[in-house]
Write a protein that binds this ligand. Structure first.
Ligand SMILES: Nc1nc2c(c(=O)[nH]1)N[C@H]1C(S)=C(S)[C@@H](COP(=O)(O)O)O[C@H]1N2
Ligand SMILES: [Mo]
Length: 335
């Protein structure tokens, strides 16, 4: 069904959880004594309500240093989003729908042991253990733009390897046309998976998919780290996908299964609202979301509380080299 074009509205609705508001909320909580070790009683009460995680009380996930080369091709003159923001302003609904929920609720997430299965229409299925995730393939650093469908963006130095290296190792059969990805299902660790108030009403596990040629494109990346060390849980530890020319929701986190198939696999956001989120989800400033414009984005960098920093959104998020994958397709129909 062709999507409806609705005139762009001002970015106020989907901007309510933006950075300034998020910071103000935390400043307010701090001033009320909900955050910070100085007021254990108030923090204790807040924790008893199960409402405010207290970062000073909880232990922080320990990231490990990684060995990697720098891919010059993916260096950039753009201002990087600082680690403090990359790791504090997240979408990971398994840990809550608020932007600060993943950082607050995922610090105890257990990623070792881990098992990532590569299976389906392949000659050589295999499984990677936790250690193999960062040892089987040579790691490199790539700086990519990440453009969320909610119209904010970051610039992030990821560490990982090409998805095509992983897929080639499984030797796909000629019948394989798509690649399906699945996040861990573990409601004990991910409270949003069984509590609809925490998890935003999504059916879990979170699933995503790519066409095989998209997955084999050299830009498609499996990240095991960022800013020199292993991923923090809120960013998808121990391994997540990064597809920089697509909206952020395609970049599925904490993956346990990669399955090659002959049919287009179901994807979480399309399942939830197919008229708003498609299978392709290519960044496209000319195809608006039914409820807001995609023509520009709020770039999150080093700006202060009131900095808006709005920049025009580029076709394919500026990664024009993928255009040939979609030649002849009507991208307003296949959004
Ligand atoms: N399993 C899982 N993966 C996910 C999500 C999620 O809620 N669950 N959110 C997606 C969305 S909407 C975005 S924008 C990116 C955010 O990645 P980041 O937090 O590392 O910036 O993760 C994506 N991957
Ligand atoms: Mo997103």
């Amino acid at each position: 069904m062709p999507r409806k074009f609705i005139p762009s509205v001002k970015l106020t609705d989907n901007d309510v959880t933006d950075e300034a508001v998020y910071k103000q909320r935390r400043t307010l909580l701090k001033s009320m004594g909900f955050l910070g070790a100085s007021s254990l009683l108030a923090a204790g009460n807040a924790n008893a309500l199960g409402w405010f995680g207290d970062d000073e009380e909880k232990k922080t996930f320990q990231r490990k240093a990684l060995e990697f080369s720098k891919a010059e091709k993916f260096s950039t003159k753009e201002t990087l989003t600082p680690y403090e923001k990359v790791s504090a302003y997240n979408n990971f609904y398994e840990f809550g729908t608020g932007k600060d929920d993943p950082a607050d609720n995922a610090q105890d997430f257990d990623v070792d042991p881990w098992s990532l299965k590569v299976e389906g229409l392949v000659e050589k299925p295999f499984t990677l253990s936790h250690d193999q995730l960062s040892k089987r393939f040579a790691l490199e650093e790539r700086i990519y733009r990440l453009r969320c469908v909610e119209a904010w963006s970051m610039v992030i130095p990821w560490i990982g390897f090409s998805l095509n290296d992983l897929i080639k190792q499984a030797a796909p059969l000629s019948s394989a046309k798509y690649v399906a990805f699945e996040t861990l299902y573990d409601p004990k660790q991910m409270p949003g998976q069984t509590n609809r108030f925490v998890g935003g009403g999504i059916d879990y596990p979170y699933v995503e998919g790519l066409r095989l040629d998209e997955a084999m494109h050299p830009l498609s990346f499996m990240a095991v780290g960022l800013y020199g060390k292993t991923l923090p849980p809120q960013n998808g530890a121990p391994i997540r996908l990064v597809v920089p020319w697509k909206y952020g929701f395609k970049s599925i986190k904490s993956i346990v299964k990669i399955r090659l198939t002959d049919k287009q696999p179901p994807t979480t956001w399309k399942n939830l609202a197919a008229q708003e989120y498609g299978f392709y989800a290519n960044v496209n400033p000319r195809v608006d979301h039914p409820r807001w414009s995609q023509a520009s984005e709020r770039r999150i960098t080093t700006g202060g509380l009131l900095s808006r920093n709005r920049i025009p959104t580029k076709m394919f998020n500026g990664y024009e080299e993928v255009a040939s994958l979609y030649r002849g397709m009507d991208l307003s129909r296949f959004y």
